[in-house]
Design a protein around this ligand. Structure first.
Ligand SMILES: N[C@](CCCC[B-](O)(O)O)(CCN1CCCCC1)C(=O)O
Ligand SMILES: [Mn+2]
Ligand SMILES: [Mn+2]
Ligand SMILES: [Mn+2]
Length: 301
């Protein structure tokens, strides 16, 4: 079992400074050794440096902010993730904001064209250039992956290889009007916190996997935004929304996905260590590390 940690200190998909420090905090909390203790052979070739990209002259396109930076960083991440996957390693991407998933999932789909995506988030991250109200591209990666919008030239490298029947959401509770319309019109399966309350997390994960991976024979890319968790559980994140997943519900999802034996790629996104007091940051980082361990085989018994 080999895992390659891809540290992505990137914050260009959203306005709050600090989320680029997420990877270093997760690594310095000991994540690589924690995974080695689980039996993984861990490679970590240092955090990606995006300096040359960030000096780019990058005026908004429409209201989209830092478009060229986001595009170039995601393109680099896609190549890195594809390379690790080709080499038989499970890419573990540590963010950094969730716009990076445009890169990670593109990389996964290059190596595993039949992969399905399990997206854990308070948000749908499926705004198009015409529906976004913020212009923050971390609220848009899924629309690019599905090819929902007319291709923006700066994002021409993103091939719409994901299909609407191959993604499922768990944890939604802050979905914009435009996104609700997109989800409905495209028949995209989403289990909001209402369904989590109604059925319980065990049944929700079973139904989610039955939808995107009925025979449990497709590779799974798990993209986990820590703001899916309740802010009392993961306070140090850029877009916290009350009424989220409990510590155990978040871990159950990771444990159940590992149990399928289908996991091929994992993103742990939106840990921003500069948004809370030291104790709350430490808690958020520790929860992030714990979720990753659960997704990579740590069990309670
Ligand atoms: N949907 C939002 C939030 C995106 C969060 C991205 B994630 O999940 O990676 O953290 C929110 C837009 N919202 C519209 C109404 C006014 C407040 C902001 C957006 O900016 O598009
Ligand atoms: Mn997100
Ligand atoms: Mn989110
Ligand atoms: Mn977020």
């Amino acid at each position: 079992k080999r895992v390659a940690i891809v540290g992505c200190p990137f914050s260009g998909g959203q306005p709050k400074p600090g989320v680029d420090k997420g990877p270093i905090h997760l690594v310095e909390a000991g994540l690589p050794d924690q995974l080695r203790e689980l039996g993984w052979e861990v490679t970590f070739d240092g955090h990606h440096q995006f300096e040359e990209i960030s000096t780019l002259d990058d005026p908004p396109i429409g209201i989209l902010k830092n478009p060229r930076q986001v595009s170039k960083v995601c393109e680099a991440v896609a190549k890195t993730v594809e390379g690790h996957a080709k080499d038989g390693q499970l890419p573990l991407t540590l963010g950094g904001d969730h716009s990076l998933a445009m890169g990670t999932i593109s990389g996964t789909l290059s190596q595993y064209p039949n992969a399905c995506v399990v997206w854990i988030d308070a948000h749908a991250d499926i705004n198009t250039a015409s529906t976004t109200e913020s212009g923050n591209i971390h609220g848009m990666p899924v629309s690019f992956l599905l090819g929902l919008d007319a291709t923006i030239p700066e994002f021409a490298w993103v091939k719409p290889k994901l299909t609407t029947d191959r993604i499922v959401y768990i944890g939604l509770r802050d979905v914009d009007a435009g996104e609700k319309r997109i989800l409905r019109e495209n028949g995209i399966k989403a289990f909001s916190m209402h369904e989590v309350d109604k059925y319980g997390i065990g049944k929700v994960v079973e139904m989610a996997l039955d939808h995107v991976n009925p025979k449990r024979d497709l590779p799974i890319h798990l993209s986990f935004d820590v703001d899916a968790l309740d802010p009392t559980v993961a306070p140090s994140t850029g877009t916290p929304v009350r009424g989220g997943l409990t510590f155990r519900e978040g871990h159950y999802i990771c444990e159940a996905i590992y149990e399928t034996g289908c996991l091929v790629a994992l993103d742990l996104m939106e840990v921003n260590p500069s948004l809370a007091d030291a104790e709350a940051v430490k808690q958020t980082v520790a929860v992030g590390c714990s979720l990753v361990r659960s997704a990579l085989g740590e069990t309670l018994l």
